[in-house]
Design a protein around this ligand. Structure first.
Ligand code: NAD
Length: 479
């Protein structure tokens, strides 16, 4: 296989290096605009073999980047979902690629029409650090299935992983099929300013705005997979023994460094004390002996660890009650033990920014309408969770709020289904992928009309005489 990006060349002039790689991929695309099923399937099969062969090295590198991230977490959240997505795509690919016959209005007959599904060309994929393999390769599955070529830009916060990924991809694909470009914000800016045929960006809302702006200059369409504050509503009908284990699992997976983690919990005011007691019990059950628990993921960097500390301190200073749900923190190993906050005001950073860590603010409510209004007054969330038994209340929440995706009586799981489109809405992003949604996001649906030997359109040709007038009357009435 061809060699990959030389780090030296990147440092020298990232924009020129990216432009040259993009030109190489575009030329290769032009030589085979719509690759066959066999070619796409082979690319997906190679990707699957790559993930299988490199999985331990990926897990070790990701753990090194985090300080500690259990191999089980990486297997569960990065390796298994990507391999499932590949299997799903390979099974469905023939069906997804098929052209669709479309029936025409009588005015169009006897012509016929089809919609062809074609690749867009070269797709740029930018991923964050929190699930670095999954959020890079899941979009790639859609890109390859749809017949595209792809350039990948991982996060500078996962340097060990990025190096392993670049090696794995270079061993598996030629540079004109899939290539990895590594580097910091300067490289990221050059990357997202390049005239790709589509960009899939996963990251923060703030950077997403910049990416959308840069892409607009090239009229490059973008899928923005962003973040935000995803609420969990605990309904008055909730049973804590069922709900709290599932909420704690979703909140503390990867130590809260999850885009769809429940950010805060809306809880009936009179049940807050019971809720906090149930939280404490469950944290002790899932993560005994914190901070010395190897199943608990470290915070990605000292900067992110200090930010979480500051979020708690500021909330305390502004009158919130801070409840330590387990042991103390371990700054050296960046173990941030889970904390609940009661009564953090709207002005605090913890209530206005996405938390992205193991801090759970508890927001009391008195009526369901109040809880729904609380959500609707804020940016549209990436995910929403509802726990309870009351079906009517559940319907009110489902129809009364808008969110990127919802899991009822659990957390995170809507994201793990290949047939459910995954994506945000409003400030949590636009566009969607996974399964056929990912295939379609990276395809052009091209309508093609095939005229027949006989056609009534000629009666509308100039010079416009009585026949044209009669035809227009007919069209006006029945067309
Ligand atoms: P980030 O926005 O800081 O970085 C994401 C990527 O953008 C990185 O690869 C980075 O190098 C690149 N980047 C940085 N500055 C850039 C610029 N000016 N122009 C172009 N690219 C630039 O996000 P992060 O801290 O890596 O990840 C955390 C955020 O990602 C959270 O907000 C989280 O909710 C969100 N997220 C969303 C999803 C989702 O699927 N919707 C999944 C995971 C994370």
């Amino acid at each position: 296989m061809d060699g990959q990006v030389s780090p030296k060349a990147e440092i020298a002039d990232p924009a020129a290096r990216i432009a040259s790689l993009l030109a190489t991929q575009k030329a290769a695309w032009a030589a085979d605009v719509t690759p066959s099923h066999a070619i796409r399937d082979d690319r997906l099969a190679r990707l699957d073999r790559m993930v299988d062969a490199w999985q331990e090295r990926f897990a070790v590198a990701i753990s090194e980047d985090f300080g500690n991230r259990p191999a089980v977490v990486t297997t569960l959240t990065d390796i298994v979902p990507v391999r499932a997505a590949i299997r799903h795509a390979r099974k469905q690919l023939k069906r997804w690629m098929r052209s669709r016959r479309v029936s025409l209005a009588w005015t169009g007959k006897p012509a016929s029409a089809v919609i062809l599904r074609q690749p867009l060309g070269v797709v740029g994929i930018v991923a964050p650090w929190n699930y670095p393999l999954n959020l890079m390769l899941s979009p790639l599955v859609g890109a390859l299935a749809a017949g595209n070529r792809a350039m990948l830009k991982p996060s500078e916060l996962t340097p060990a992983f990025s190096e392993v990924l670049a090696k794995a991809i270079a061993e598996t694909f030629s540079e004109d099929e899939v290539v990895v470009v590594t580097g910091g914000p300067e490289v990221a800016t050059a990357f997202t300013s390049a005239p790709f045929d589509h960009l899939i960006f996963t990251g923060s809302t703030a950077v997403g705005r910049k990416v959308a702006e840069a892409a607009a200059k090239n009229l490059t369409p973008v899928t923005l997979e962003l973040g935000g504050k995803s609420p969990a509503i605990l309904d008055a009908s909730v049973q804590f023994d069922k709900a709290v284990p599932r909420l704690v699992w979703g909140k503390l997976l990867n130590s809260g460094q999850t885009c769809v983690a429940p950010d805060y919990a809306l809880v009936p005011r009179e049940r807050i004390a019971d809720f906090v007691a149930a939280l404490k019990e469950e944290v002790a059950r899932q993560y005994p002996g914190l901070p010395a628990n190897a199943d608990y993921t470290s915070i990605i960097s000292p900067r992110h660890f200090s930010r979480l500390t500051r979020l708690v301190e500021e909330a305390r200073d502004r009158g919130a009650e801070v409840v330590e749900l387990a042991g103390s923190h371990d700054g050296e190993r960046r173990v941030f033990s889970p904390v609940a906050l009661i009564g953090a005001s709207d002005e605090t950073a913890v209530m206005s920014e996405e938390i992205f860590g193991p801090i759970l603010p508890i927001v009391p409510y008195d009526t369901l309408d109040e809880a729904i209004a609380y959500i609707n007054q804020r940016d549209r969330p990436l995910a929403l969770y509802w726990f309870g038994e009351d079906k009517a209340a559940k319907e009110r929440v489902l129809t009364g709020t808008i969110a990127g995706g919802v899991t009822i009586n659990d957390t995170i799981l809507h994201l793990a289904q290949d047939d459910l489109p995954f994506g945000g809405v409003g400030a949590s992003g636009y566009g969607a992928y996974h399964g056929e949604a990912g295939f379609l996001a990276l395809s052009k649906e091209k309508p093609v009309l095939k005229q027949s030997a006989i056609s009534g359109v000629k009666f509308l040709y100039p010079p416009y005489g009585r026949m044209a007038q009669w035809m227009l009357k007919l069209l006006g009435r029945f067309g």
